[in-house]
Design a protein around this ligand. Structure first.
Ligand code: MLC
Ligand code: AMP
Length: 500
């Protein structure tokens, strides 16, 4: 197959004059127009030296040009590598060194800070600002509005997305053409996404959820995307009347529920609300149904696998469950890594096999091997069980991970930064429940001089890490609770500081 993603997402829309993107400022753009911008960008990138298979790091704002850039990576056969646009230069340097991109696209204000690392590895840095202006889009009118797509095989890489997996430092999950296309295809069928749909898109576009689940499916269906800059309640309420679909993290739904404007009348044009990336409380599911008459459809996914399971469009959407395995995807529950497969209602490790499962972690053969069982199932690090009807429930995580508002926070990364302070003996970062974000990261710190101010630690954290990773509270302790092996017992800390 010649470039599977191109033939499924772009080719059918080449002459599509229907609306693709609706923007905050009221402007709208057809598929044909965005594909034309993408083609021009592709010609420009080739002129700059882009080659098939090159990694293209995109740390750009949420705007139509960034969507066009994603399409141009498909056209040129480059590997799209999106990164949180708020990451600090220190965080970004790690990704650049690890992924060795050929191009880095970022806002002009960041160029000076990121240029040294780019020069070190020979990566070309180009600007793109919030309004889409910059070196990527300058003089585009001089380029052709058709680009002949590069040849890509089904198992060639299409995207690189970083995640910390079950342990350690962020690793680049290598996603193939087949991973993305097969998953989008199943989701379009499962949720019946079609060209009459208008999706309220208020997620970031640098993660699996906002990029693949939201964008690949809508493009495949030729649907319209209302591209909101972020999750702003006023804008979302305004959009309900003119939209049919919403995809969001549970925080979206708890925030909507707290707003008095939420009612049946307001949401009557909407046909489907989907939730994922973090656990949706049963209570949220129930309250949302009571107020709007909509059963939120919960699904379960990961960076390494795209979507694995989903509640049905028609049929029972069970509160608290992430639904049934998606077609062609095998999900099983094991005692430990495939050694014994468990029966219904028995809790164990969730393991996954299917066309959705990634190819491995970039340049990390050992960690890739460790992530799979001998018979080829991906070990998710999520703990769960199936009920008698075959619905999957996630009951916990076997990984030291906090999910805050749908963003993953890895305690070790934060502890390392805290421990750099010379007055810190040790620290433990853990999650406590939060009504708005589900969980929030907080830190317990043991210091040489207890009366020493925390200000230095906080400012050091802010210099190093994006804001969502910064602990929301600090507890200065005499010592951390440990088991006989010397391992910090975070469960005790979690219990002690849980305010709910
Ligand atoms: C913002 N802040 C957060 C945060 N988001 N802190 C912790 N966790 C978060 N998720 C910080 C801000 O920097 C700010 O810090 C303070 O909290 C208040 O911000 P806010 O204005 O209330 O936050 P807001 O901008 O409204 O963002 C909340 C949110 C956002 C829930 C809308 O976090 C969001 O869009 N989350 C979606 C993440 C996502 O797409 N995940 C999918 C991953 S893919 P300060 O210090 O300045 O006050 C995946 C696979 C799958 O998991 O299955 O889908
Ligand atoms: P990420 O590494 O960002 O892709 O996050 C993936 C993780 O998010 C999964 O391994 C789960 O722990 C969690 N997750 C995704 N969807 C759900 C859901 N519907 N319910 C509970 N946890 C979820």
């Amino acid at each position: 197959m010649n470039n599977f993603l191109y033939s499924q997402l772009i080719e059918p829309n080449l002459d599509n004059k229907g609306t693709f993107l609706l923007l905050d400022d009221g402007k709208s753009f057809s598929y044909e127009e965005i594909i034309s911008i993408a083609s021009k960008i592709s010609h420009k990138l080739i002129k700059f030296g882009l080659k098939v298979g090159d990694h293209i790091l995109v740390k750009a704002p949420k705007c139509k040009e960034t969507i066009a850039l994603y399409l141009s990576s498909i056209m040129t056969g480059a590997v799209y590598f999106p990164l949180n646009s708020n990451y600090t230069p220190i965080e970004t340097n790690y990704f650049v060194k690890d992924a060795q991109p050929a191009f880095l696209i970022c806002e002009e204000s960041e160029i000076q800070k990121l240029k040294p690392i780019c020069d070190e590895i020979g990566c070309k840095i180009l600007s793109m600002n919030v309004n889409g202006e910059g070196e990527i889009t300058d003089g585009l009118k001089n380029f052709d509005s058709y680009f002949k797509p590069a040849f890509r095989k089904d198992d060639d890489l299409a995207a690189l997305l970083y995640t910390s997996g079950t342990t350690g430092k962020p690793k680049g999950a290598m996603l193939t053409q087949l991973n993305l296309v097969s998953n989008a295809n199943q989701l379009v069928n499962l949720w019946n996404i079609n060209h009459d749909d208008t999706l309220i898109h208020s997620l970031p576009i640098y993660h699996t959820h906002g990029l693949f689940v939201a964008m690949n499916t809508t493009m495949m269906a030729g649907a319209t995307v209302r591209l909101l800059k972020n999750f702003n309640l006023d804008n979302v309420f305004q959009a309900f009347d003119k939209s049919t679909l919403m995809m969001g993290v549970p925080t979206f739904y708890t925030r909507l529920l707290k707003d008095k404007r939420l009612n049946r009348k307001h949401t009557k044009n909407m046909r489907l609300f989907i939730s994922g990336s973090a656990p949706l409380l049963k209570e949220t599911h129930k309250n949302f149904y009571d107020i709007t008459g909509h059963h939120i459809l919960e699904r379960y996914g990961m960076t390494e696998t795209n979507m694995n399971s989903s509640n049905p469009l028609d049929g029972v959407r069970k509160a608290g469950s992430v639904g049934k395995p998606i077609k062609d995807i095998n999900i099983r529950i094991s005692v430990t890594e495939g050694s014994e497969v468990l029966n219904k209602n028995q809790i164990g490790m969730i393991e996954i096999k299917g066309p959705n499962v990634f190819k491995g972690y970039l340049n990390k053969l050992d960690q890739t091997k460790e992530a799979f069982t001998k018979d080829g199932y991906f070990i998710t690090g999520d703990i769960g069980y199936f009920d008698d009807d075959g619905y999957l429930y996630i009951s916990g995580r076997n990984k030291d991970l906090i999910i805050s508002g749908g963003y993953n926070v890895y305690p070790k990364e934060i502890e390392d930064v805290i421990n750099e302070n010379e007055n810190v003996i040790e620290s433990a970062v853990f999650g406590i429940p939060d009504n708005d974000l589900g969980e929030i990261p907080v830190a317990a710190i043991v210091m040489y001089q207890k009366d020493n101010k925390l200000e230095n630690i906080k400012s050091h954290l802010e210099k190093n890490l994006v804001r969502y990773k910064i602990p929301k509270e600090y507890f200065v302790l005499d010592e951390l609770p440990k088991n006989i092996m010397g391992k910090v017992q975070k469960n005790i800390l979690k219990e002690k500081y849980n305010k709910n």
